[in-house]
Design a binder for this molecule. Structure first.
Ligand SMILES: *Cc1c(COP(=O)(O)O)cnc(C)c1O
Length: 581
């Protein structure tokens, strides 16, 4: 697509005033026409069960009338929905849908494929493979080795990673237990838990361990209490199971995952955050050492690329270095990057668009390719309709989950997905929406990456205008992506007072139809260092246990437009001023 400034957004979105309505209508028409023709052409000799003689009866027409009326009723109702398409909406992680995503979704919806099986998704399954390859390339995975699938969202994609990390760990623990019980050698569960697939396969062959034996020693397939007792006996140390290391800036889906996969709360270890609100490498190192010293393996280390609260990007590169050192020492630890928000920012890498990224953010995003698995959320920064998340692994081996027969999945075989996904039936619409986006915009720095760069630039513009327009605005820094958080505080003021003011202003925005913002509250327990550095900037006093922030998510592509900026920015400042008084 053309590189004329503003053209990329202009052609990729309907526009807040439905500017592209005629073009989009004709596209919808063409799609519908083809759908109708497809039905007419196929089995054209078959009789019509709805002949004209029926279609003209009063009962039939009355039925149609009633339906039309109800459709209008529903679409009237929907005009009361939150208007998320307008640049005035900077509330949550949702905005305008892109035209390619909407069309890809719509075209596929009409055919209603179920990607759970090739039996009912002859074409759509292939589209999914191709779309996964596009996303893999975007984050720097080798598409020939990567594997993955679309999920209903980031939550399930995160679950998919725990499912696979647990499978790998359980499989290797079972191997170690078999070997120890066979040979009578002492068993070190921590070393075995971190074998990794390659060492696992080699060792299983050396000791001639069969799948049946592994199955019998699995804490997932067998009775977990009995297996735990066997591990305790063979290792001579009480077996307390693995821990999951997740930074304090996590999304709440991680607690859900720990809960669903039967990890107790005590096994859910929080990695501390630094003064930037990002995962602290020192805290990570300490947690790993503490776990190993306690005889507990690390089920996975999670890092967040683009936190839900403030868009911070953890030092993924630093985490990879820490884990590489452990791998060199024989302990292969699963690394999952939760890039539900920030994953699409990778489209900026390697081109001009990347200039808006800080050095830290660029390095971190570039390191995502070193992780075992990644969560993406096309229904957030991908501008794709709900429900569409994606789960990817770097190597096919890491995709293995439920079968003890073959940890290496044969990509050439017509492997149906139902075995490989937590979900059963899965719509093909999300995959097609991503596919069409990739085919048209491309997920590179000159296409999608340019739109992403616009969102970061808009955030920077907004920050500058906000700071110069309102004395009490205290920006939460640093900003790693396109989310802007601020509190409203007087010089030297205590948190309790500024929290009350920020909360009051937020509530006033809720009652004000002009703009939508959101609110977040960071706890001192998790974000103590970040809150300290925030307070340091204006001499604020830490007299309570949380920091209340107004949160603005810059996702709408039209904030980069100069006319939009000069019309909306003064308006926002005016509303802010009003709400403060
Ligand atoms: C949104 C989000 C999730 C959860 O994704 P859903 O699509 O809402 O299930 C997980 N992690 C992060 C970092 C997120 O921002």
């Amino acid at each position: 697509m053309s590189k004329v400034s503003g053209c990329l957004e202009g052609v990729s979105f309907l526009g807040p005033k439905s500017e592209n309505a005629n073009w989009l209508r004709s596209e919808f028409d063409r799609v519908l026409d083809q759908w109708f023709d497809w039905r007419r052409a196929l089995f054209s000799e078959d009789p019509s069960p709805i002949p004209e003689s029926i279609r003209l009866t009063p009962d039939f027409l009355a039925g149609q009338d009633m339906l039309s009326q109800k459709v209008r009723e529903l679409s009237d109702m929907m005009t009361g929905e939150v208007p998320k398409y307008t640049p005035r909406y900077i509330g949550h992680m949702v905005s305008e849908l892109s035209v390619p995503a909407l069309l890809g979704h719509f075209v596929t919806l009409l055919h209603n494929p179920n990607n759970t099986s090739r039996d009912v998704a002859r074409v759509s399954g292939r589209v999914e493979d191709e779309a996964i390859s596009m996303l893999a390339a975007m984050i720097g995975f080798d598409p020939a080795r990567a594997q993955g699938h679309f999920t209903s969202g980031g939550t399930i994609a995160n679950f998919e990673s725990v499912w696979r990390a647990r499978y790998r760990m359980d499989h290797s623990l079972a191997l170690g237990l078999c070997i120890a019980e066979k040979t009578g050698e002492p068993f070190d569960p921590v070393s075995f838990a971190h074998l990794g697939w390659e060492a696992h396969t080699a060792l299983a062959a050396t000791h001639n361990i069969t799948d049946a034996e592994l199955r019998e020693a699995s804490g997932v397939l067998g009775n977990p209490f009995r297996i735990a007792a066997r591990i305790t006996r063979a290792s001579g140390r009480e077996w307390n199971g693995p821990v999951l290391l997740v930074p304090g800036n996590k999304h709440f889906s991680w607690q859900k995952a720990a809960n669903v996969f039967g990890l107790g709360e005590e096994a859910f270890w929080t990695i501390g955050l630094d003064r930037n609100g990002r995962l602290s490498l020192a805290s990570l190192r300490e947690a790993i050492e503490r776990a190993f010293a306690a005889g507990r393996p690390v089920l996975a280390v999670v890092t967040v690329a683009g936190t839900t609260e403030a868009g911070e990007i953890d030092p993924v590169d630093g985490v990879c270095d820490v884990l590489d050192a452990w791998r060199d020492a024989g302990r292969d630890i699963w690394h999952h990057v939760d890039a539900a928000w920030g994953g699409f920012l990778c489209s900026m890498l390697g081109g001009d668009a990347g200039r808006v990224l800080s050095e830290h953010a660029g390095r971190a995003l570039k390191a995502i390719r070193r992780a075992n698995s990644v969560t993406l959320d096309p229904h957030k920064l991908g501008y794709v309709p709900y429900a569409c998340g994606a789960f990817l692994v770097r190597d096919q081996a890491s995709y293995a989950n439920s079968t003890f027969a073959a940890p290496y999945i044969d990509r050439s075989a017509p492997n149906d997905r139902w075995m490989m996904t937590l979900e059963g039936s899965r719509s093909g619409s999300g995959a097609a929406a991503v596919w069409l986006t990739g085919k048209t915009l491309t997920f590179g720095p000159q296409g999608f990456g340019d739109i992403m760069a616009g969102t970061l630039d808009s955030r920077a513009y907004f920050e500058q205008a906000l700071v110069s327009g309102c004395r009490l605005v205290r920006i939460l820094e640093p900003a790693d992506s396109n989310i802007l958080c601020f509190s409203l505080a007087k010089q030297g003021e205590g948190l309790a007072a500024s929290n009350a003011r920020t909360r009051r202003v937020f509530e006033a925005f809720v009652g004000d139809p002009e703009f939508s913002v959101s609110r977040t509250e960071l706890s001192v327990a998790n974000y103590g260092a970040l809150i300290d550095s925030h307070l340091d900037r204006y001499g604020g006093q830490a007299d309570c246990q949380s920091l209340v922030l107004i949160r603005c998510v810059f996702m709408n592509p039209f904030w980069r437009n100069p006319q939009v900026r000069s019309a909306l920015m003064p308006r926002f400042l005016d509303r802010l001023e009003t709400h403060m008084n």
